[in-house]
Design a protein around this ligand. Structure first.
Ligand code: VAH
Length: 317
């Protein structure tokens, strides 16, 4: 029987687009979306959906048995900004969901799993430019600490129990289909909506806060390519560095002004500035390129052009 895939956190920024892409590839009925709340109409109407709390092992195991799941993508997480407000809830959600899925794999109930890490695993004393795959990692945020711990558990379960877990350290992700929730890089999504709606945007980071970023299509393609690749060729079982572009709020404002010349940007940094300051400015992803042929396709101007075109279409509906 062709494998069934279960997406946990399918209604989130990555989960939504990952579910739709996997349904396109494998057929709608083979990709079960799940979350603690229902998602948008495109997701809900294109295939099976389950209301499911991924911190509940028994409920998760029941869904895996019922749908004969072979692969899980665990996309449920509390992101950096919100995690600073609710540290215990963030640790519980980000870690217990991971242990549940790692243990399902260890017990042979699923064959393969994907788990998202983040550049948030790096901290203030990590080399900021071309951050290496293996380097000093002293994250200074709740989210970063949970992602660093999660990476070590993924490595341990692979090494000790042979669990086929694969992971990517996502940079900030830009997409138009869903609103992002609770991240420090959310400004890079909000700005396009505000530019079209009001021709101005007040950014919660400083003009020169340069961060690693990626357009969602690149992130989805990378995720699927990593999961399709031959496990023998993967030298990293904690989590792969992945890069595409780096830009600052001032850079993205300039890119938008090529389309909206009167677009106005101002800056009112808030608590998220300290989070952004602890992260790298650019990423060395040579190991991903070497192990499974990673190659980004979207730069900043192509991202801006694509975002504005899709959002204009969405607003015209
Ligand atoms: C966040 N979007 O801002 C996430 C991401 C690298 C940032 O992990 O928390």
């Amino acid at each position: 029987m062709a494998k069934t895939i279960l997406i946990l956190g399918a209604c989130g920024q990555i989960g939504t687009e990952l579910t739709l892409a996997l349904r396109q590839m494998h057929g709608n009925e083979k990709v079960v979306a799940s979350d603690i709340r229902e998602g948008g109409s495109e997701l809900m109407e294109s295939g099976p959906f389950e209301l499911l709390d991924a911190t509940d092992y028994n409920a998760l195991e029941e869904a895996v048995m019922h749908y004969e799941v072979e692969e899980i993508y665990l996309m449920a997480a509390m992101l950096s900004a919100t995690s600073e407000k609710f540290p215990s809830r963030a640790w519980n959600l980000n870690m217990n969901t991971l242990f549940n899925v790692l243990n399902l794999a260890k017990e042979g109930k699923i064959e393969k799993l994907f788990w998202p890490s983040s550049i948030a695993v790096f901290g203030p004393n990590t080399p900021k430019e071309q951050t290496p795959q293996s380097t000093v990692m002293e994250p200074s945020t709740v989210y970063g600490i949970s992602k660093q711990s999660g990476e070590r558990w993924c490595w341990y379960y692979n090494r000790k129990y042979g669990v086929d877990v694969r992971s990517i350290r996502y940079p900030g992700l830009i997409s138009w289909k869903t609103q992002p929730g609770g991240g420090t890089t959310d400004y890079a999504v909000e700005i396009y909506h505000e530019a079209l709606a009001h021709n101005r945007y007040t950014c919660f980071l400083k003009a020169d806060s340069r961060l690693p970023m990626m357009y969602m299509d690149d992130a989805i393609r990378a995720t699927i390519d990593l999961m399709k690749s031959d496990g023998e060729q993967l030298s990293i079982r904690s989590s792969y560095n992945l890069g595409a572009m780096s830009f600052s709020p001032a850079d993205i404002a300039k890119s938008i002004q090529k389309h909206l010349p009167d677009f106005q940007m101002n800056y009112e940094p808030d608590f998220r500035q300290e989070i952004a300051d602890s992260w790298p400015s650019s990423i060395d992803d040579s190991q991903a390129r070497e192990d499974w042929g990673w190659e980004p396709e979207f730069d900043l101007d192509k991202t801006t052009e694509t975002m504005l075109a899709h959002l204009r279409e969405q607003m015209a509906k």
